[in-house]
Design a protein around this ligand. Structure first.
Ligand code: ADP
Ligand code: MG
Length: 370
């Protein structure tokens, strides 16, 4: 008798334990109006959340998410710097020393990137692909275990410096680049933010005004989650697992889709002799940026937020404020190597405890940057 009821007893205990855990985690209850999907794209985990007006829209939302996923696959294929696709073809033409025609579908990202690179004072540098590959931070190469030879870095830096920073006209085509044999274009620091913004727009056009698209920390959201606002976690650059640096829950749904983009030194890196070498390179030195380990930018423009988050990390502790200003970003926060957090005054105005829009994790040191 005891032997037969033991499995049941265990099952009951497990269920009780799970119930307690859920209660402790304050996990949200199942909500039939929330449709969510996660998949891999653009080299990272992408999640799409749609909050429905009415549960009967679930099938339409699934169809809209299918479309979004297909769009992202085409976008990825076009914009990856290596392997197959239009940008990869263009990069190969540059490697051969040819002038490359910018295909029409790639022109918006090229033009936007050139403009943002200029605004960042060259710290966001989309022509940096050859250096990214030399460091082994592209998705094709295995991660290195030591930095590349200094001579190789210097060689590529010289080529980058000598290469044009802008596109050129090339009748009958509207835009070309090069010849510039040392340049390989890489939109890794802007494409995810731009794509997230585009998908939120597409979902809105399909009738879904309450959405979040998150492409590996490049998040764009619109509207709210039913009667509550969306709650957005900003990743802590060092804490393992799910611990967040801060959570953001706007009091009012944003007037226009809002991007919250975080870049950090933890996405792709190797360690060598006690130092971390990560995937955000300083175009002035050819080596990983130093001083800041994470940057988060809030802006009503996913491409700007993504490019700026990268540029702030490159700018470092002494210059990130100026770089944000130059790029027209007024809401940002950065984390330095000691773990100290600095916030722009405009973002600090939304931060605090209890019912502030931006709430930092308990015990976190933060201050307002002048
Ligand atoms: P993530 O892709 O992890 O969100 P970023 O947006 O900062 O992070 O993009 C980093 C990627 O951008 C790198 O993997 C590389 O492909 C490219 N990259 C590295 N340094 C720079 C830079 N200074 N400017 C522009 N792109 C860069
Ligand atoms: Mg970026």
């Amino acid at each position: 008798m005891i032997r037969r009821s033991l499995p049941w007893l265990l099952l009951v205990l497990v269920l009780v334990a799970l119930g307690l855990r859920n209660r402790n985690n304050d996990a949200p209850a199942y909500d039939p109006r929330l449709v969510e999907r996660e998949f891999f794209a653009l080299g990272t985990l992408v999640s799409i959340s749609v909050y429905l007006q009415d549960a009967s829209q679930a099938a339409a939302a699934e169809a809209a998410i299918n479309e979004a996923q297909l769009w992202l696959e085409r976008f990825e294929r076009r914009h990856r710097p290596w392997g197959e696709g239009e940008l990869a073809d263009l990069n190969r033409a540059l490697l051969r020393g040819e002038q490359a025609v910018i295909p029409g579908e790639l022109r918006p990202l090229f033009e936007r990137s050139v403009e943002l690179s200029k605004a960042s004072g060259g710290l966001f540098e989309p022509r940096i692909g050859a250096l990214v590959k030399l460091w082994g931070f592209d998705e094709e190469t295995h991660l290195r275990s030591t930095p590349p030879p200094a001579d190789d870095i210097v060689g590529l830096m010289q080529k980058l410096r000598a290469a044009p920073a802008t596109l050129s006209a090339c009748n009958p085509h509207p835009a070309c680049y090069g010849a510039a044999a040392g340049v390989q274009w890489d939109f890794g620091a802007i494409a995810k933010g731009l794509a997230a913004q585009e998908l939120v727009g597409q979902l809105a056009a399909a009738g879904f005004a309450n959405t979040i698209v998150n492409a590996g920390g490049n998040l764009v959201f619109s509207g709210q989650r039913g009667e509550r606002s969306w709650r957005i976690g900003i990743r802590h650059p060092r804490a393992p697992g799910a611990r967040t640096l801060a959570t953001f829950a706007p009091r009012e749904p944003p007037q226009a889709a809002l991007a919250v983009v975080t870049s950090g030194d933890y996405e792709r890196y190797f360690e060598h002799e006690g130092r971390r070498y990560h995937h955000i390179l300083d175009p002035r030195t050819g080596a990983p940026a130093r001083g800041l380990i994470s940057a988060t930018v809030f802006a009503h423009d996913g491409a700007l937020a993504d490019a700026a988050a990268t540029a702030l990390i490159v700018a470092g502790p002494a210059h990130w404020r100026d770089t944000a200003r130059r790029m027209g970003v007024d809401q940002a926060l950065v984390v330095d190597e000691s773990g100290a957090v600095q916030v722009t005054p405009a973002l600090a105005a939304r931060a605090g405890d209890a019912d502030a829009e931006l709430r930092f994790a308990e015990g976190l040191r933060w201050s307002v940057a002048p």
